[in-house]
Structures are given as C-alpha cells and as structure tokens.
Design a protein around this ligand. Structure first.
Ligand SMILES: Nc1ncnc2c1ncn2[C@@H]1O[C@H](COP(=O)(O)OP(=O)(O)OP(=O)(O)O)[C@@H](O)[C@H]1O
Length: 263
C-alpha cells in the first residue's frame, strides 16, 4: 500500500513558536485516521498541511505522492476533499444544497452556470441521499441546521471522488441525535472499501465511528501516540494527551472516555 500522506520532521513555526513540532507521520492508502488532541494542540494546523493550504516551515510533506513545494497545489487540491468550519464559512448562504455540492465538481464555492452535466447532478443527488440529505436538495444552505450543514459539506467533499478525505470536527455542535446519525453515516463511509483514505479531527472519542483504523494523538504540537486504534487508544495515552487522568473504554465498536472523580 502506498502512502497518501507522509510527513517527515514537519514543523510549523509562527512568531518563534512551533505550532507543530517535528512531526513524522504517514497515512497509507485505505487507512482511516482520527486525530485527537486538546484545544490548541495543532490538529487543524496538521489538517491544513494535509490539504496543501499550509506549507511546513521545516521538514517534508508528501501528499498523494507529491511533495509540497515541488508541486502545483492547484493540481493537487482537486484530489483532496475537505469538510470543516472554514469551508462552511465560504459557502454562499443563498445557494441551494444541490448547488453547494455540485460546485465542488467545478472547483468553486459559488453557483456559476444555469445547467450542470446530468451525470454530475445524478452523482450529487446520490451522495446527498447517502448522507440523508436528498429531501433538502432545493433548500438554501443558509437555512440549514448545523447537522444538515455538516452533512451537506461532507457530501460536497466527496463529490469530486477525492483520494484523500479530510474532516475537521464533523460532529462539533451537534446534539446527541445529530451526532449519532452522523457517526452512523461516517461509519458506513469508513467501512466502504472504495471510499477514500480518511483523516478526521475530533475532540471526543465518542465521535469515532466504527471503521476508523488508526489514531494520532497530539499535544502541544508533538506526537503522543500514533498507530492502530485498538493498540494506541488507551487510558494511558489519552490521559497523557489531554493532561489529566482519563479512562477510555470500548463497547460494541464505539469508544467512551471519562475523567476520574476528584478526591
Ligand atoms: N497564524 C498563526 N499564528 C500564530 N499562532 C497560530 C496561528 N495559527 C494557529 N496558531 C496557534 O497554533 C496553535 C495550534 O492551533 P490549531 O488550530 O492547529 O489547534 P487545534 O488543535 O486545531 O485546536 P482546537 O482544538 O482549539 O481547534 C494554537 O495555539 C493557535 O493559537
């Protein structure tokens, strides 16, 4: 299996401070990674490198076989699907859900022509259906709930049939039902052998869908643990990562974590 992402001694330095610090990490084709870490740990910074929007200050980043700095990122970006809050902010609120997904096929955020290829529209509707959004196709993006918005953006990220799918806190802000609905859908996607390699940033182990295979834990820009989820997602590593005693448990293919009571 070839690597879809390889970081070698990558650091990002701003104002003399390393936001990510000498990180070496690789993601092989077909793997589904979760990035866990506290606020400010550097998760989004890593995702910004993986999406080719941020270049390392030091070290090498190779994405889909192309080294950042030696490749035209405009050739690379269509091969990467990204869904996250930053993308939500760029979406015109008056555009329909269908248009929001369709414009991805043309590498744009806004509707720009009256008619799209029939095959693109069919694909967009099929993906929306998979994410439970078929009946919202004609709704304006700005009128959607948080959960509906997130499912639309994931649909959009999948629209271009990317080789690498990056999800930045896809369940943030969702209520319990919305989270569970999304986790079930992400689980179906994660277990689909023809789905792209995936990297998902989250703060909560409860948001990890069955089918995710690996975990990267970071703290203060450094790797705490990286590897197969069933080996690395344990109480010791999670406690180290978040800086307090935590118990992590796995039941029926799902994860939960809780702190210990103060004595
Ligand atoms: N352009 C920048 N200049 C200076 N500091 C920055 C810049 N961008 C991010 N940071 C800092 O880098 C650190 C890592 O930020 P990042 O957004 O990657 O963390 P995160 O793990 O995604 O956090 P959160 O969970 O809160 O979203 C933070 O302390 C942040 O304030």
């Amino acid at each position: 299996m070839s690597d879809v992402l390889e970081l070698v001694d990558v650091s990002v330095v701003r104002d003399g401070r390393a936001l990510v610090d000498q990180i070496s990490w690789s993601v092989a084709e077909g793997e589904r990674w979760v990035i866990l870490g506290p606020n400010g740990a550097g998760k989004t910074t890593l995702l910004n490198i993986a999406s080719s929007y941020l270049f390392p200050t030091k070290g090498d980043a190779v994405i889909l076989g192309e080294k950042l700095g030696s490749v035209d990122v405009f050739d690379l970006r269509p091969r990467i699907g990204v869904a996250g809050a930053a993308m939500a902010d760029k979406m015109p609120r008056r555009q329909t859900v269908l248009e929001t997904v369709l414009t991805a096929a043309y590498g744009m955020t806004a509707h720009w022509r009256e008619s799209y290829d029939r095959s693109d529209e069919d694909r967009a509707r099929l993906i929306l259906d998979r994410l439970g959004m078929a009946e919202y196709a004609d709704r304006k993006f700005g009128t959607l709930s948080e959960g509906e918005r997130k499912r639309t953006l994931i649909s959009r990220a999948i629209m271009t049939d990317p080789e690498l799918l990056l999800l930045d806190e896809p369940a943030a802000g969702l209520d319990l039902g919305g989270r569970e609905d999304l986790v079930r859908r992400l689980g179906r996607l994660a277990r689909d052998p023809i789905a792209p390699s995936m990297i998902m940033v989250t703060h909560h182990v409860e948001e990890i869908a069955p089918g995710f295979t690996h975990v990267l834990m970071i703290r203060q820009g450094r790797v705490v643990a990286a590897g197969p989820i069933e080996l690395e997602l344990n109480s010791r590593n999670l406690s180290h990562c978040f800086g307090l005693p935590l118990i992590v448990e796995r039941r029926a293919d799902r994860w939960t974590a809780h702190g210990l009571p103060l004595t």
